[in-house]
Design a protein around this ligand. Structure first.
Ligand code: CMP
Length: 139
């Protein structure tokens, strides 16, 4: 089951700009089923916990500040090969390098303010979905 699921986040830049509905539309148009969804405003500690893997990176503090500046929408997406497929729909991390038509190319404005997040592998998809959704919410 877990290999068919991945975590998606619509980041504060895209939410505040009013792109939430269009991004959800792209997700559905690309064949993903949204199996869980919530809007929340992360605290500093919650953002630090989510991005703990990047805690030694020079951009960590800025990333945490950005992810806490406004609400996010977090979702569990399901489809065959969901991790790779969602990464393809998002496009490259840096919007300037993302392919035309991808979400980051369309809505991202910088390497940091790149509109959306997706898990990068099967184990992180499991950890990340459990970070935001409990067992009862993901049956
Ligand atoms: P995301 O897919 O959410 O994973 C980690 C995030 O850190 C990434 O998207 C970017 O928003 C941000 N990020 C990655 N590399 C850099 C960088 N070199 N400088 C600033 N932000 C970065």
């Amino acid at each position: 089951m877990s290999i068919k699921r991945t975590l998606a986040i619509i980041k504060p830049d895209a939410v505040v700009a009013g792109h939430t509905g269009k991004i959800i539309g792209e997700i559905e148009k690309n064949g993903f089923k949204i199996v869980a969804m919530k809007m929340l405003h992360l605290t500093i500690r919650q953002a630090e916990g989510f991005y703990a893997v990047h805690s030694e990176k020079p951009f960590f503090k800025d990333l945490v500040n950005f992810m806490t500046e406004g609400p996010i929408v977090t979702m569990i997406l399901e489809r065959e090969n969901s991790i790779l497929q969602w990464r393809a729909v998002m496009g490259a991390t840096d919007p300037a390098k993302a392919e035309e038509g991808t979400i980051r190319k369309t809505y991202g404005t910088s390497l940091q303010r790149n509109a959306v997040h997706g898990s990068d592998a099967e184990d992180t998809a499991g950890t990340e979905t459990r970070y935001f959704f409990n067992a009862m919410e993901t049956l």
